[in-house]
Design a protein around this ligand. Structure first.
Ligand code: SAM
Length: 253
């Protein structure tokens, strides 16, 4: 068990792939995953807490009075909860979190309630594979989520984000990436699995999860992501985080 992020709730350890399965289906974000998700994030995402801190810092610099902060794939709302104290000097900030897992949204609402948040929250079911109606955004987040959107729809998601952002607003994108060169791709993945072993995942868990993610999580190269952002109109973008096969980019309209 680990302490649930921001709420003090106990989150069970992620054992989803601990036992050998006869057949491995596609990974999903349903009830089984939502139950252990905060533990999974802490153990599967390098520097997760630091990334959340950095995202909060960036959001604090770009958020403007009476605007909306959108989180695409908000999951259990760790990000909003980690950043809200940085927005106390802003008036009328509205948070909108979108996710296509009802189970994640249920967890998120419970955590917000337990945290006693005084912010205005709106958590909605939405599928990023369909057109998004984003508006009045000073900050839009997609943290470890665009990688789950079908490649066919990614450029359209970014266009929806760009259209919904106010001038000077920012888009913060964190993704798993593949290396520019297959040599580094291979090495980075080895180092990543080593990181998961250090966090208590067995070789069986690592192998079964990799198989489950095979058709679901499709990473791009860092340069492909940067090119996409430029092509939809962002005037500047900068890499603010990089750890082997993980990267964070901030792009400004
Ligand atoms: C890795 S989690 C995101 C973690 C979260 N942003 C954070 O930083 O803690 C990916 C989330 O995206 C959601 N998701 C995946 N595909 C989606 C889609 N097509 N539409 C909406 N949400 C989606 C999943 O349900 C899941 O909650």
């Amino acid at each position: 068990m680990s302490a649930g992020m921001n709420t003090g709730d106990l989150v069970p350890d992620d054992k989803i792939f601990a036992h050998r399965r006869d057949a491995i289906g596609d990974f999903d974000f349903g009830k089984e995953t939502a139950r252990v998700f905060d533990n999974m994030l802490e153990r599967s995402v390098p520097f997760y807490a630091e990334m959340q801190r950095m995202v909060g810092e960036l959001a604090g610099s770009f958020a403007t009075d009476h605007s909306t902060i959108w989180d695409l794939g908000c999951s259990t709302c760790n990000t909003f909860l980690a950043m809200e104290h940085r927005l106390r000097d802003k008036a009328g900030i509205q948070f909108v979190g979108l996710d296509n897992s009802e189970e994640m949204l249920i967890k998120a609402r419970k955590k917000i309630l337990q945290a006693g948040s005084s912010c205005s929250y709106d958590l909605r079911y939405a599928d990023l594979n369909e057109t998004l109606d984003i508006s009045n955004a000073s900050v839009v987040l997609s943290l470890l989520t665009l990688q789950f959107v079908r490649p066919l729809h990614r450029e359209r998601v970014l266009k929806d984000v760009f259209r919904g952002l106010n001038d000077g607003g920012c888009f913060i994108l964190i993704e798993k990436v593949i290396g520019e060169d297959s040599l580094f791709s291979r090495l980075f993945i080895e180092y990543y699995y080593e990181f998961k072993r250090r966090n208590g995942y067995s070789d069986l868990e690592i192998a079964q999860k990799r198989e489950a993610l095979e058709n679901v999580l499709v990473p791009y190269r860092l340069n492909e992501n940067l090119a996409l952002l430029e092509s939809v109109g962002f005037r500047t973008s900068e890499v603010f985080f990089k750890w082997y096969n993980f990267c964070g980019i901030v792009a400004v309209k």
